[in-house]
Design a protein around this ligand. Structure first.
Ligand code: UDP
Length: 419
């Protein structure tokens, strides 16, 4: 069964202060051309991870500008999430044990979800691989494609997918009217995809995660976890996942600690319902930290929610996102938005957010990560300069109004047959 996520419309005018009047006026004009359009977003989880983060603001904003927008979460179970996590890893290039049984589990769940899918929409956006086969199944069952325009939104790096999984998944994408990727590099060349559009994720400057916090609140939050606000802080906010390399972050922190013994490390990661590997990697990370009292490994089990993440990213001297593969990495823009300099893995969407040294450093090793952190901790002026430039880069490119505008443009182009 698909589960509707209850949402309230958000008022676009509230974003004027963050982005100025022009984008708001442009969006109003675009939205007027789509007034009342019925839009459905489908993904695999309402909580945890970047896609849920995006939809929680994008869909209410679509409602706020007059669209009849909805968000529904597909039904899964442990078997399905194990398969889709393997699929996710494979699409990002990992060799996995892929079996016909796994294909059956994936297709059975998609078929089951199609049973409760209302297709009476003008635009349907299916996010990531989990629900991707639904359109193909609908076509197969009814011998015709549903009316409305269907879009597959791929949030991950599929530039070098593991072949057996790609051969299984990508034929399911062919019937879509468009496929949206974050970067050209992610578009897998040889699989006859529908027309491609590039759209980057964005952060919501008005969400609890990104609004300015006063110092008192920030200090109270840090102290409630035993973190000393007066000592240097490195912080990575990420799911516990091999691609996010929390173990590598601890190794980098140890190198930094040899030079700056008072440094602390926060590793905050919520457990997403569709990520069965999370617990395993959390335990692995805890073991690697070896009980170091200056390493704070925190999850939603310790009530780390939006406001806590906000306080950590703001209070940190350096935000790290040491990913080995990354679709986008919203945490990078979140950190920069607080004026905190970034040290990010040199991959995927992180490159878009820290281009040419704006906002911080791209690194591709534990040593590189440690060096970059040390440089920023030892030169506060440099850190402040990079942080300030990074914030402006985010304001110009990665604030939610840009995302809304890009989606409205795609809808209009699809409706006009211009895609
Ligand atoms: N996040 C969170 N709490 C945590 C860990 C992550 O709220 O403990 C949020 C994080 O702030 C970001 C999103 O989850 O908004 C992760 O998105 P990102 O694009 O960085 O990575 P993904 O998980 O989608 O690969």
């Amino acid at each position: 069964m698909l589960d509707p996520v209850p949402l309230k419309p958000k008022d676009l005018d509230r974003y004027r202060k963050a982005v100025g009047d022009e984008p708001v006026e442009r969006i109003r004009e675009l939205a007027a051309r789509l007034e009342g359009a019925r839009i459905l977003h489908v993904n695999a989880t309402a909580y945890g991870g970047g896609v849920a983060e995006l939809l929680a603001t994008l869909v209410p904003l679509m409602q706020g500008v007059g669209l009849d927008a909805h968000w529904e979460v597909m039904f899964g179970n442990d078997d399905f999430y194990n398969v889709t996590k393997a699929m996710h890893n494979a699409l990002q290039g990992m060799e996995v044990a892929w079996t016909p049984q796994m294909e059956k589990i994936y297709l059975d769940r998609n078929i089951e979800n199609v049973g409760s899918l209302d297709t009476d929409y003008d635009f349907v956006i299916l996010h990531d691989p989990q629900p991707a086969a639904m359109l193909h199944i609908l076509e197969y069952e009814t011998q015709r494609l549903p009316s409305g325009k269907w879009i597959w939104r791929c949030h991950i790096d599929t530039s070098t997918p593991f072949r057996p999984v790609a051969e299984f998944l990508f034929p399911n994408i062919e019937p879509y009217d468009a496929a949206v990727f974050t970067m050209t590099e992610f578009v897998p060349g040889e699989w006859g995809l529908p027309p491609v559009r590039l759209i980057q994720p964005c952060i919501d400057p008005l969400s609890l995660k990104n609004v300015p916090l006063n110092e008192e609140t920030q200090t109270a939050i840090l102290e409630s976890y035993g973190i000393d606000p007066l000592r240097p802080i490195l912080c990575q906010v990420s799911r516990f996942d091999p691609w996010k390399d929390p173990v590598g972050v601890i190794d980098a922190y140890r190198i930094v600690k040899d030079e700056i013994p008072e440094v602390q490390l926060i590793l905050a990661g919520s457990m997403a319902t569709d990520d069965p590997e999370g617990m395993h990697y959390l335990h692995r990370t805890e073991k690697h930290a070896g009980g170091d009292p200056d390493v704070f490994i925190l999850t939603n089990a310790q009530q780390v929610g939006a406001i806590e993440v906000n306080a950590f990213q703001d209070a940190a001297d350096v935000v790290i996102q040491k990913s080995l593969r990354e679709g986008f990495g919203l945490t990078v823009s979140e950190g920069l938005w607080k004026g905190t300099p970034l040290v990010g893995g040199d991959c995927g969407g992180i490159r878009l957010q820290i281009p040419d040294g704006v906002g911080g450093y791209l690194v591709d090793s534990v040593e590189g990560c440690a060096d970059a952190c040390l440089r920023l901790l030892q030169d506060r002026d440099l850190a402040a300069r990079l942080g300030a430039a990074g914030k402006e880069h985010v304001r110009t490119n990665f604030v939610m109004t840009t995302l809304l505008e890009n989606w409205l443009r795609l809808f209009i182009d699809l409706a006009d047959g211009a895609v």
